[in-house]
Write a protein that binds this ligand. Structure first.
Ligand SMILES: [Zn+2]
Length: 156
């Protein structure tokens, strides 16, 4: 199992969210041994929870399954879309080792991005400041597939 396999799982979760009437974002947390330890999709509308982005849902699931916060630091997060600033803050606080995303934050229809930034912008900001440990980032993996899923959602 490699990056592409885990991203396909994140995209399948985005599809599941879409089928359930939720915004089309999915995420998977994978540990150092390549085991899926958390997953989820956006449930903002279903849970009346503005923070229930796919990444946060998957990180909650992983923390519960792993049982301890410290183990999240060695994990990789795969997400169908680049993490927004809220999710980036959660990722940095938990100290995740690596993040892989498909579509870019700028490609979310109608997105209002605080500070005009997402994870990549946050990492660029942190790069020039001491004391920040940012995850290694790989973007644009299966981006076209993610955009195709996003295009099927009614963004209203
Ligand atoms: Zn987010």
């Amino acid at each position: 199992m490699g990056d592409e396999d885990f991203m396909r799982r994140a995209l399948a979760l985005a599809e599941a969210g879409l089928a359930a009437g939720q915004a089309p974002f999915g995420a998977v947390v994978v540990d150092v041994d390549g085991a899926v330890v958390g997953e989820g999709h956006n449930t903002v509308a279903a849970d009346c929870d503005a923070s229930a982005h796919g990444e946060v849902v998957a990180l909650r699931d992983a923390w519960r399954r792993l049982g301890e916060r410290g183990r999240l630091g060695s994990c990789t997060l795969y997400t169908s879309c680049e993490p927004c600033l809220m999710c980036s803050a959660a990722i940095v606080q938990l100290g995740l080792r690596r993040v892989v995303y498909a579509a870019r934050g700028t490609e979310v229809p109608g997105a209002r991005r605080l500070f005009n930034a997402d994870l990549t912008g946050a990492a660029e900001w942190a790069a020039g400041r001491p004391g920040w440990r940012m995850p290694e980032i790989r973007g644009d993996l299966l981006r076209e597939e993610a955009l195709a899923v996003m295009a099927r959602y009614d963004w209203g």
